[in-house]
Design a protein. Sequence first.
Length: 230
Amino acid sequence: MSKRILVVDDNADIRDVVGTAIENEGWTPFTAADGSGALERFDEIQPDVVILDIVMPGMSGTEVCREIRQRSNVPIIFLSARTDDVDRIVGLEIGADDYVTKPFNPRELIARVKAILRRVEPGGVVHDGATNVLKHRKLTLDTERFKAFWDDQHIELTKTEFLLLRTLLRQPGRVFTRDELMHGAYDEGTYVSDRTIDSHIRRLRSKLAEIGADPIETVRGVGYTLSDIE
């Protein structure tokens, strides 16, 4: 699935340069020119990474970062002309994951984004690259052996059910449309109906319910989400 990258900067040239670099990676760029627009865009698209200017008219990047941190732990990279170490430290202390100074090399910025995506799965999922294990609270998926566990209880799943659950687990709390779930669970070029996705989700829920788990929520008119499991 294409990564969604939100670029927030009041300079249109910078938005264009960064957006082009993002597209060259096969990702999808979304842009905003100010803080309030950034928060609206964030709620609309639920991005995988936010690239955020600090000095903007109206709401500053630091204020935007604080607002985002109240609702999400999505990776945030500050992009700023300020080179002072104090500014860098403050940026990281309020919740940014990285800090790139202007002028910048777009290739370096993309490398920083890739590093963050390798290190942390969006939504707070811990990805153990050595063992190919995804974990979030009580739910564990071994993506190499196609095994799923709730606490220590093994869940017998079909390949499609496993891939649907994996897609949801990569970003807990994000609402996935049926199309997004289809692309996460089927080979490229394969298309199935919304009703087919609903049937798979229904069977997956039934299997989870058998062991006392109910982490998948329906968002009427949109799709499905993995709740913040206790």
